[in-house]
Write a protein that binds this ligand. Sequence first.
Ligand SMILES: [Zn+2]
Length: 464
Amino acid sequence: MGQFFSSRRSTNGSANERGPLLGSSSQAANPNRGDPPTQKQLEEHAKHERVRAGIGAAIVAIFILAVVLVSYFVSDGLPGDPLEAALVVLGRAPVIDGHIDLPILVRGIYSNNVSSFDLNYPMPGHVDIPRLREGRVGGFFWSAYVGCTDDRPDFLKPTNQVRDTLEQIDLARQIIAHYPETFQLVTNVDELQAAIRDGKIASLIGIEGAHQLGNSLGVLRTYKELGVKYLTLTHTCHNAFADSCGYLEWMPPRHGGLSHLGETLIKELNRLGILVDLSHTSDSTARQAIQLSEAPVIWSHSSARAVWNVARNVPDDVLKLIGEKKGQKDGLIMVNFAPQFVAAEGFANVQRVADHIDHIANVTGKRHVGIGSDFDGIASVPRGLEDVSKYPQLFAELRSRGWSRFDLAGLAGTNLFRVMQGAEDVAREKQRDNVIPAWDIYRKRRDIGPGKSGDVVGDLTDEL
Ligand SMILES: [Zn+2]
């Protein structure tokens, strides 16, 4: 648009120039130029001089205007200093982080007691309200994380994972409610945008692994009612639904990607409008989920394997499935800051995190990259990205690499708006088509069905 506008200007400029040039050449062809000039000729000459001087001034003015316009559009109208430019962009389009672990920090340090700390004052981790404001944060996903246990081969070992997930969801909701001037729980893109417009820090909830479902789609639907917006398919263990990538090293698969129940899970997530999160999953799980999901997918906190080769990062052949070309799926890779996923030990810093973002943007396009720091869930941090107050530094680094105001706004949050809208549109379609909930039961469960309940209903069924 900027180029179009300035080229129209210069065309007009040269059209103005043409008239007097033709005029002076016709004067040069005057056959009487050897005779002394008449009064009329002198007057005409003076008039031409005045016109020429006027035109010269106009050309200079147009030239200056063109230079100003070109430099305005080249710089997006942003300040020349990259940090100042980043702050201007983030003032309009604040950061929405895909993964922050404040609830597990509070569980570990404060035993889930919301009245035993004050987020208005410095917290021991990477997150508190003053630093969120300083970092231009407009929203984040509160991770309702519960660690997975290696309960192979059947994933039937009884655990407290569902109880602990409910406690993590409750804790997130209690903290959000405790600071109503700051936080607002949101569950869809309209609420997200409205909360940001109101100056709130929009608060979304994500579940970090399908092991937290207790092998049950009914539990998933209940989580949705409590405000859950994304489900990471696995954490660092395999589960009944899908294979994990492990941690730094690749882990031998259990299902070869998604299990049959995992395929049903993807369809149920689409129906519910819960985002399919592929962070932590194996490459096969990711590929199959991308193919199966009708809705856009996300990686809530994952970086690029081509930049730093660990299993936990996303390889290029998977990244290439994301985009806007035919056969690609819309999606968003929200880049993780955890130093062990960014660079060799001691080398993670703002520039290396920006390398991951740049690389993913080069493969998928800038409309498919976001931020998923993992703050409060990581033991160490990159230099220059020590906590949530430092996001503008990362945006300044990308600005100095030529990212436009639109690219930076997309990275901060508007790309997420599009992906959420896509998932919500799919869910709305399913509701319109009266797609029923999935009633599949994990095939290895032996505690459900006629005579299996071990309670009155089971006994009655036996009698029938
Ligand atoms: Zn994680």
